[in-house]
Ligand binder design. Structure first.
Ligand SMILES: O=C(O)c1cc(C(=O)O)c2c(n1)C(=O)C(=O)c1cc(C(=O)O)[nH]c1-2
Length: 683
């Protein structure tokens, strides 16, 4: 298994990289390279690539998952973790399983945004985690539930949006909630029984809880005495988790620290706050700590190590090295020796980065730029909290030796004072908002990155910021969907766009490829969304709730199927006013604060663009007090993802209604725009 012939100097060993016939885990192979070894679809015939079939998915909203293809069937989760099984040849739905999270643990719907990043497969079973963090095992043949287990404690702020991964008869899942100080952990369960095998926490607990656990005792030394009282924690592993069969390890991508401001979450300390913003290697059988590499010591900016963690063997200066490749949200690209957890080379900057000069190669610690820790109260930082690269999978091709990263160029303003706009969120005492200032800000880029030279080979600019993950293939192609609804293929060496398909709706998920009866297919879920869709004012892509269908698309050479034409993007907000309605200003002020709970699904300051819920300024239900009251109190749309808010009083509902009315009038130019910020966001 040497280097691929004729693939150029940078070619790397291809054996065992990625996957071929089946695409049995969200990242393709266990190595999370999102690489297909199939070659039928290539640069020579991609112009003949066409739609083989499509499946409409009524009722779905955001679709973030990479589907799986196993032995002729495609499996994927919808927005709220309903699992679909589809015949891979015909696109016919075979079965659907719905975990009905809203019945089991409806409170968790209050801090959700309708997204699930994937299912796992092993030994004839499909595994999926509901938003409420119950983990289900299903019979892949029938969709029948085999077992279910709770993965988080009752009453926790953890939600589960990530894909489980399987390894050696086990299934592993993490959770989210760091922004609210939830303590992160991953748990491995027996795939046959659902019994817990081990659990690894990514931040320490109380002294009593840490006692006797060396990894937690070591981590606790990097936190002050009062962090548990202050509610500090985080490090939630809500996306990247990778199994390394060579070394029998699991790599955990731990999220940001919560609260973001270290003085709030960890008063009286200057510690690193392990294992937040770190990759942690643990033993796959026992969950015992092996090493960690912290990308952002004492994280203060919502930087997360959660993007997908790739494993590979690269020939570097003539020697095979077992590596991890990682592009976390902080904008750097890390090449790490996976045996030791040490950096192999100086991390490169994949996007606009202003928080760090470089990394000290002796200690592995960043040499931070001055005034990035809001020393003077206001800090502008690139990348911002949305990240230089977020959960959208990057891919790696051994044939080019390049990694294909869905990059974002975006900054954030952090402030402890009142100098922010209505787009700012006050998250536990710290104001933050995304900012666009420099050329290229607010755009995504498909970046081809050389991990050994630590430099860019080429980049393609996207029209919008928040785009899909990538697929690299042995046919010399890179596939990516975009916010504006195109599905593109590029020449993996040159970055030239060689194919494009209009998917009719923005894409955030990643494509995958599989082979059936000797023919290669490429599939992708179409369903714009994700947390960044809530920044409607900042980034209008024009997708409307309930207008463009959510779909699974499958392509093959010679495919001739056509998508039914549907309305294109509409940048206008069709706000509705009732001139007879008299706005009570005190209600608007109170309603604005209450409406913070609506932001994840209806947009920050009610500015929605492709969010999982409608734009309330256009919503017939929300604009009438009676129907809004009915909706919030009785929860008739809970099965569609709209929570019940039965703890709200009539007065509070009236206040929310006044705010919706006011925002509709602002939109129509009938009222002065209010750019002031809402109050503190704390659960
Ligand atoms: O701190 C957390 O635990 C947590 C969880 C999640 C999530 O569960 O999806 C996201 C984030 N953070 C986050 O910071 C982030 O940018 C993000 C984007 C998305 C998404 O699906 O679009 N989820 C999350």
């Amino acid at each position: 298994a040497g280097c691929t012939k004729g693939a150029g100097e940078a070619a790397q060993p291809e054996a065992n990289v990625g996957t071929d016939q089946n695409w049995a885990t969200v990242g393709g192979g266990a190595d999370e390279t999102s690489y297909s070894r199939l070659t039928e679809i290539g640069t020579g015939n991609v112009d003949k690539l066409g739609l083989a079939w499509s499946l409409d998915l009524p009722g779905e909203v955001t679709l973030e998952a990479t589907p799986l293809a196993v032995d002729g069937k495609i499996f994927f989760p919808g927005s709220y973790a309903a699992v679909y099984a589809v015949d891979a040849l015909t696109g016919k739905q075979l079965w659907k399983f719905d975990p009905e999270t809203w019945k089991h643990n409806p409170d968790k719907m209050h801090f959700s945004f309708g997204a699930n990043r994937g299912v796992a497969y092993e030994n004839g079973k499909i595994f999926v985690a509901g938003l409420d963090c119950r983990l289900f095992a299903l019979d892949a043949a029938t969709g029948k539930q085999l077992w279910v287990t709770e993965t988080t404690p009752a009453g926790s702020y953890n939600i589960c949006t990530g894909a489980p991964r399987t390894f050696k008869g086990k299934v592993i899942i993490g959770n989210g909630g760091a922004d609210f100080g939830a303590r992160g952990f991953v748990t491995a369960f027996d795939g046959n029984t659902g019994k817990q095998v081990w659990r690894f926490y990514t931040t320490p607990g109380t002294a009593a809880e840490n006692k006797g656990d060396p990894a937690m005792e070591a981590a606790a030394k990097t936190w002050g005495a009062d962090f548990t009282k202050a509610g500090g924690g985080g490090g939630t592993a809500w996306n990247g988790i990778t199994f390394d069969a060579d070394l029998n390890r699991i790599y955990i991508g731990a999220g940001n620290a919560g609260a973001y401001d270290p003085l709030i979450r960890d008063p009286g300390s200057k510690g690193d706050n392990l294992y937040t913003s770190s990759i942690v290697a643990v033993d796959a059988d026992t969950g015992k700590y092996v090493w960690h590499y912290q990308e952002n010591p004492r994280d203060s900016w919502d930087y997360k190590a959660t993007p997908n963690i790739q494993t590979a063997t690269l020939n570097i200066e003539g020697k095979p090295r077992k590596v991890i490749m990682h592009a976390p949200t902080n904008g750097l690209f890390y090449l790490i020796d996976r045996e030791t957890g040490k950096l192999i080379n100086q991390p490169g900057k994949t996007t606009l980065v202003n928080w760090v000069k470089d990394i000290d190669m002796k200690t592995g610690r960043p040499n931070e730029e001055p005034n990035i820790r809001y020393e003077t109260g206001l800090t502008e930082i690139w990348p911002g909290t949305i990240g230089g690269h977020n959960w959208q999978a990057m891919s790696y091709s051994p044939r080019t030796g390049l990694v294909y990263i869905p990059i974002q160029q975006i900054g954030a303003r952090f402030s402890k004072r009142g100098d922010a706009s209505e787009n700012a969120f006050n998250v536990m005492g710290l104001l933050l908002e995304p900012i666009k200032q420099k050329d290229g800000d607010g755009h995504g880029f498909l970046v081809a990155w050389d991990p050994i030279a630590q430099k860019e080979a080429w980049r393609v600019k996207n029209d919008n910021l928040w785009n899909g993950g990538t697929l690299a293939t042995a046919g010399g192609l890179v596939f990516q969907g975009t916010a504006e609804g195109t599905f593109n293929a590029y020449n993996a060496k040159s970055g030239e766009r060689v194919w494009q398909f209009n998917a009719g709706l923005g894409i955030v998920g990643a494509p995958m490829s599989f082979s059936l009866n000797g023919k290669q297919y490429v599939s992708i879920l179409v369903g714009y969304g994700g947390t960044t869709a809530a920044y409607g004012d900042f980034m209008n892509v024009g997708w409307k709730y309930g207008v463009q269908p959510r779909r699974l698309l499958t392509f093959a050479i010679g495919g001739t199927a056509k998508l039914e034409a549907t309305p294109g993007p509409d940048m206008k907000v069709h706000a509705v006013d009732d001139p007879a309605y008299v706005i009570n200003e005190a209600d608007v002020v109170a309603g604005k604060q209450l409406a913070v709970s609506c932001a994840a699904c209806h947009g920050i300051a009610l500015q929605a663009t492709g969010t999982p819920g409608p734009d309330l300024r256009e919503s017939a239900i929300a604009l009438q007090l009676d129907s809004l009251t009915q909706l919030l109190k009785t929860g008739p749309l809970m099965d569609r993802g709209m929570p019940k808010f039965d703890k709200l009083t009539d007065v509070q509902i009236r206040q929310i209604h006044a705010y919706i009315r006011a925002k509709a009038r602002e939109q129509l130019g009938l009222r002065q725009k209010d750019n002031s910020r809402p109050g503190n966001v704390k659960l």
